[in-house]
Design a protein around this ligand. Structure first.
Ligand SMILES: NC(=O)c1ccc[n+]([C@@H]2O[C@H](COP(=O)([O-])OP(=O)(O)OC[C@H]3O[C@@H](n4cnc5c(N)ncnc54)[C@H](OP(=O)(O)O)[C@@H]3O)[C@@H](O)[C@H]2O)c1
Length: 347
């Protein structure tokens, strides 16, 4: 049994907690809460041990919450920490907790890979560099978009190699997650310096890749368009789709009209947290024009990275082979079953 503490209980932390708590190889030490709000009750009701900053122990108890101890106690009791702090908070946790206590940690995609606040020297993508994480102390799990790009690009690279000259990706991101309380602003915003391009190049360094990112007023899901330029005539749509027919965590669907249809279907089908945990290639907008293939795919922002974290844990801590790890992750998240259901529902 490996003892895992999840430092954070936001959109990502709470999903990680519910998935890892039913993995028999993992002993979930607990989750961290920093703010006294209704999520504390949710965590306790879910039977997770809740750890809080030591100076706030009294305040949580005064409110009637039966918290287990301090965050320091939890880190000390763990073999590995999965940091699920809000963007950028992982760096401070590394400096104040994980490094001094000599604990390995997985960080999320909102953390820096380069610069003064870099937390690790590797970004994990289970499709591309799974085994490189084995035995490392600190690794970043790529963000949802970065994970999705790796998942869509790598099969193309393996099949078409040097025939591909360039990738341009327009990331269209949701404004907020369904559970977020923040308002959705009626505006389309652009990102002057999207981190996604450099993040993907961390694990696919030779890709001639250019990324732009926009944020739109939606809570449902991301929708991205990848333009793949070939040297000469592009392959047929069948050849492109053939790359994904047996890809873990990639569904090929045809009849959805928008991201809301996919999210609502996941909720209606009772998928945990309303997540599909994958990317969905929209066959109906897959276009081949001269030297260019245009792939439109939606990316389940909240769900995508949860199985990725589980895979990373298996590489980093258990040093397990990828095939075996995929089987275990599939078993836990039922990705293949969900994929089949979605393909059937949206055929
Ligand atoms: N949301 C997504 O779709 C998504 C997808 C992929 C990757 N990510 C990445 O995952 C990370 C977490 O995102 P999120 O959406 O889960 O954020 P979130 O919902 O805002 O949750 C952030 C959590 O951080 C906790 N927190 C506050 N101070 C902390 C500290 N010092 N150390 C640890 N945790 C602290 C907060 O606790 P309190 O609520 O108790 O204050 C909250 O539970 C980010 O790096 C993000 O970029 C997010």
């Amino acid at each position: 049994m490996v003892r895992v503490f999840i430092n954070g209980y936001g959109n990502i932390g709470r999903r990680l907690a519910s998935a890892l708590s039913v993995d028999k190889e993992i002993q979930l030490v607990g989750v961290a809460k920093y703010t006294i709000d209704d999520k504390v009750k949710e965590a306790i009701d879910n039977r997770f041990s809740v750890f809080v900053p030591s100076e706030m122990l009294g305040a949580f108890k005064e409110k009637g919450y039966n918290v287990t101890g301090s965050i320091q106690d939890a880190v000390k009791a763990s073999d590995v920490v999965i940091d699920a702090a809000k963007e950028g908070g992982g760096y401070d946790n590394k400096k104040s907790l994980y490094e001094p206590m000599g604990k390995p940690a997985i960080f999320q995609g909102g953390e820096d890979r380069h610069g003064d606040r870099a937390v690790a020297d590797m970004i994990h993508n289970s499709r591309v560099n799974y085994s490189k994480a084995a035995g490392r102390t600190y690794v970043i799990q790529g963000s949802c978009n970065v994970s999705g790009m790796g998942r869509v690009m790598q099969p193309l690279i393996e099949k078409f190699g040097d025939r591909i000259g360039r990738y341009d990706v327009e990331l269209i991101r949701r404004w907020a997650d369904l559970e977020d309380t923040k308002a959705v602003k009626d505006s389309i915003e652009w990102d002057r310096n999207p981190h996604h391009q450099d993040d993907v190049k961390d694990f696919i360094p030779n890709a001639n890749l250019y990324v732009d990112a926009f944020k739109v007023p939606s809570r449902m899901m991301h929708l991205h368009q990848m333009f793949v330029r070939f040297n000469g005539k592009a392959p047929s749509t069948d050849e492109i789709l053939g790359c994904y027919r047996n890809e873990f965590g990639v569904a090929i669907i045809s009849s959805a009209k928008g991201t809301g249809d996919v999210r609502k279907k996941a909720l209606e089908l009772g998928f945990a947290h309303g997540d599909t945990n994958m990317v969905h290639i929209h066959q109906d907008i897959l276009r081949v024009q001269d030297d260019t293939v245009k792939i439109g795919y939606s990316d389940d922002q909240t769900g995508m990275v949860i199985p990725e974290n589980h895979l990373l844990l298996q590489s980093m801590v258990f040093k397990r082979g990828r095939e075996d790890a995929l089987k275990r992750t599939d078993n836990l998240f039922q990705i293949s079953r969900k994929r089949k259901t979605l393909e059937e529902e949206f055929k």
